[in-house]
Design a binder for this molecule. Structure first.
Ligand code: URA
Length: 251
């Protein structure tokens, strides 16, 4: 069995922060050992058997994967770090190392983004063979016609080797305004994730995306009470349905 170590050392070794950062978490009452809040950094813990958590997340030998659902606002990039731009990770309160966004939304795209440290699950969700469905709400320039719908549903040329896979598209409304010009609002469901895929699909039918928001991915749906810039951990049911979906989705 491993030797008992100081709590602050244990937390720093588990990647929760520097020694001085983790001391602050302890002093603020954010750390629990076996369910009890501990405020002394020098308290000894047994790494193999004690259950140490920071802000409710288990660390060390009892570490679990974490899954956050973020309502990504426009203006931040889907990266773990960036020299100039704000990243999506800056919206996540977790101190856990190794978190990353599952796939990318463009800087100006809003909506559902899964953030996790579970590389295997992310790999499954992003695998082109799995055909995970993603639904977007989009406001596009011009008036969408039934002919455009038919083209998008059958597959369009976006400059790749093959046409896009069949998608489904619903016209929600078409509006003729003098100020903004004509525009349409649509729901588009695709099961691929090519770079700028939605924008390129719209261009293929002569439209320009004016606003884009992802509203679902696989079994996950953007909750209507989750404000832009807010995140919350997945519920147990959401995590299970995601894991199940990854196992059962078409190869
Ligand atoms: N398609 C796009 O064009 N942009 C996104 O952010 C997501 C899908």
């Amino acid at each position: 069995m491993a030797k008992a170590v100081r709590l602050d050392k244990f937390l720093a070794d588990a990647g929760a922060g520097t020694r001085s950062e983790v001391k602050k978490f302890i002093q603020k009452g954010q750390v629990q050992v076996n369910g009890e809040t501990v405020r002394r950094p020098e308290q000894k813990v047994q790494p193999d058997t004690d259950r140490v958590s920071l802000l409710g997340e288990m660390l060390g030998a009892h570490e679990e994967f974490v899954y956050f659902l973020l309502h990504k606002p426009a203006g931040c990039v889907s990266a773990t770090e960036d020299q100039r731009e704000k990243t999506v990770l800056e919206y996540i309160p977790s101190k856990r190392k190794g978190l990353f966004p599952v796939g990318r939304l463009d800087k100006d795209t809003e909506g559902l983004l899964l953030i996790t440290n579970d590389g295997a699950l992310a790999h499954e969700l992003l695998s082109p063979k799995k055909h995970v469905e993603k639904t977007y709400f989009a406001k596009v320039s011009g008036i969408f016609t039934e002919e455009d719908v038919r083209k998008i549903e059958q597959g369009v040329d976006i400059g790749e080797e093959k046409l896009t896979l069949p998608a489904s598209l619903e016209i929600l409304k078409t509006v003729e305004t003098r100020e903004e010009g004509p525009y349409s609002e649509i729901h588009l469901t695709i099961c691929e994730g090519k770079f700028h895929q939605v924008k390129r699909m719209m261009e293929a039918v002569g439209k320009k995306v004016l606003y884009l928001k992802r509203i679902s991915m696989g079994p996950l749906v953007l909750p209507c009470n989750l404000e832009k810039g807010q995140c919350r951990p997945l519920t147990r049911e959401e995590t299970v349905s995601l894991q199940k979906a990854c196992k059962t989705m078409e190869k």
